[in-house]
Design a protein around this ligand. Structure first.
Ligand SMILES: C[S@@+](CC[C@H](N)C(=O)[O-])C[C@H]1O[C@@H](n2cnc3c(N)ncnc32)[C@H](O)[C@@H]1O
Length: 333
């Protein structure tokens, strides 16, 4: 909770100029230029294709906020904070804050929050003209960026998912909404006798096909470019649904689980993987729940909420496996 003068606190809560000033510097790639030795305003304006006067005003504003430092008149350096902006890896600040990229497009969906709160549904289309999934389908570079972002998260969670669950020695796991297949590839590598089915939209499934081929796993995987609201391939031993139910409201999440339950039959298992909101990451302390609402109409849920959702899909809880930082594997059957 912020303390101090109420007006100053409110200003801090409501300022939009600073977040967009930082993003503008990133979008123009000023931090990289400065890090690369272009430090004079004249040279930066040329290198970043910017108006010299306007760029100077932006950089002085951000120097005042501790992102850049004006080492001598019209010569700029980076602070430790500014250095973070040079990171263009999938989850890096440079990638996340570039206004031309998908991550900032997701950030800007927050302009649709009034629509989301009035309607209870997502606000992304109110800002960007179509829902997120359709936007990704229509824009391959956004889809590629989204998949890279998911893969960067899976790099930490996939080894845990592979290690914490008692995967059958021999059997089939269907990864429902498995994206571009990084998690399934990890599972098949860690458990050489497992076979896999990947279900997702066409573009990530095509990316996954290349990944499985590169890793010599192609003959152990069935790829399904489809829709998890439609019947799923039957007969897998485990239907894994990782970090996908948070994207959906209760009705839709139940419908997806019902499809998994139908395909699994009486002996199959459903394994929900989510990062549960554990302290201090509970909904009202993090913006993640609101982001899920506005971006896709989804929500954060706790363990009990998943039990209720699964019950509505005819599934009973069996076992839970806890990983690091809230990662939880919930088995139903
Ligand atoms: C948040 S991502 C999670 C990806 C992956 N399971 C992971 O753990 O990183 C949700 C996935 O659901 C997929 N998805 C969205 N709508 C879908 C649909 N109707 N049918 C199948 N997959 C869908 C998206 O393409 C995306 O890959």
């Amino acid at each position: 909770m912020l303390s101090g003068d109420p007006a100053a606190r409110l200003d801090l809560l409501t300022d939009l100029a600073t977040p967009l000033a930082v993003r503008t510097a990133v979008t123009l790639r000023v931090p990289e230029k400065v890090a690369g030795g272009t430090t004079k305003l004249d040279d930066l304006a040329t290198a970043c294709a910017a108006d010299r006067d306007a760029l100077g005003r932006l950089l002085r504003y951000l120097a005042h906020r501790g992102v850049f430092v004006e080492v001598s008149p019209d010569v700029f350096g980076l602070t430790e904070v500014g250095e973070l902006l040079c990171d263009r890896s999938a989850g890096g600040y440079g990638t996340r804050l570039d206004l031309d990229g998908l991550a900032a497009r997701l950030d800007l969906a927050v302009l649709g929050l009034p629509h989301a709160v009035r309607s209870g549904g997502p606000g992304y289309a109110a800002v960007h003209g179509r829902e997120l999934w359709a936007d990704l389908d229509a824009t391959p570079e956004f889809r590629a960026h989204f998949d890279e972002l998911m893969e960067s998260l899976q790099r930490t969670t996939a080894p845990e998912v592979a290690a914490r669950y008692p995967w059958p020695e021999i059997g089939t796991v269907a990864d429902v909404g498995g994206g571009s297949g990084a998690l399934l590839a990890e599972l098949l590598t860690a458990h050489p006798h497992l076979r896999g089915i990947l279900v997702d939209r066409a573009e990530p499934v095509a990316t996954a096909a290349r990944r499985f081929a590169d890793r010599g796993l192609a003959d152990r995987v069935e790829l399904v470019a489809g829709d998890f609201f439609q019947p799923l391939p039957p007969g897998a031993d485990v239907y894994l649904i990782s970090r996908a139910l948070t994207d959906w409201n209760d009705g839709d999440a139940t419908a997806i689980l019902r499809r998994c339950a139908e395909a699994a039959g009486p002996d199959g298992r459903i394994l929900i993987v989510e990062v549960l909101p554990t302290e201090p990451h509970v909904p009202h302390l993090s913006s993640y729940d609101l982001r899920m609402l506005v971006e896709v109409g989804g929500r954060e849920r706790g363990l009990d909420d998943y039990v209720v959702l699964a019950a509505a899909a005819g599934l009973a809880p069996r076992r839970n496996f806890r990983g690091a930082a809230g990662l939880t594997l919930m088995e139903f059957g």
